[in-house]
Design a protein around this ligand. Structure first.
Ligand code: HEM
Length: 213
């Protein structure tokens, strides 16, 4: 893929990821957030956190299944946008729901399992955002960095469980997200399995070949 095409793709990702924020700001400005504005802002930010997080998790399966290389160039940007959205989502909870009442926030994290799961998802994303620079990849080494970045799966699972837990009976969206996550992780598991079988096959071939043959 050409350098220009890569830049165009990244600009498109910026546009798509900033649009919900612009729309939310416009709705707030025009007093169009409905009867419960705090809930509208929290839920919109939560929805987009999950969508962008799943989009970032979809990049590797796209490469595995379709053999495309360009999605990998977007993975980091999408991951950072998911982190930015969850920070805003969390800030609304801190400022508008609890107004910096740390004791009540601590109690809420312990008391409500969906908040515990949301916190786990957020905490999993922090090391990923902190090590997203090229310098950090070099410092950690590709192997450690790749291992650390498996935390993205923990964030995805906890994020989906957070939504499943908080959703009211009859709301179907969280199940769609759960199905999408299962497919994305399933494709990875299938690729890992295939690689492991190939490696084992190569090992068996090497040991069964007589020395000097
Ligand atoms: C990666 C992490 C997270 C993801 C993916 C996420 C996602 C979501 C989603 C999809 C919703 C529901 C939106 C809807 O109903 O349309 C939601 C709601 C909510 N989230 Fe999160 N969230 C995350 C982290 C957190 C954290 C860290 C907190 C606070 C500690 C939090 C607090 C809430 C609250 C209070 C609601 C609204 C619940 C209600 O309507 O009663 N979330 N979140």
């Amino acid at each position: 893929m050409s350098h220009r095409a890569r830049i165009a793709l990244k600009i498109a990702v910026w546009g798509v990821c900033l649009t919900p924020l612009a729309s939310l700001a416009y709705r707030a400005w025009t007093d169009d957030l409905g009867a419960n504005p705090i809930s509208a802002v929290t839920n919109t930010l939560g929805d987009w956190t999950l969508r962008i997080l799943l989009a970032s998790l979809a990049m590797t399966p796209l490469r595995i299944v379709l053999g495309l290389s360009w999605p990998i160039a977007l993975r980091r940007l999408l991951g950072l946008f998911a982190f930015a959205y969850v920070c805003l989502h969390f800030s609304v909870w801190i400022v508008l729901d609890f107004f910096f009442d740390w004791a009540r926030m601590g109690a809420d994290i312990v008391k409500r399992p969906y908040i515990t799961l949301g916190m786990l998802a957020l905490l999993s994303l922090i090391p990923l955002a902190a090590t997203s620079t090229t310098g950090m990849i070099r410092r950690l080494g590709a192997r450690t960095w790749t291992r650390l970045h498996r935390l993205a799966y923990v964030a995805g699972v906890c994020g989906v469980l957070h939504y499943l837990w908080l959703a009211k009976v009859g709301v179907r969206d969280p199940y769609w997200y759960a199905a999408a996550l299962a497919v994305l992780l399933g494709v990875r598991a299938w690729a890992w399995g295939r690689r492991a079988v190939r490696r084992r096959g190569a090992g068996v071939a090497a040991t069964s070949t007589p020395a000097g043959a």
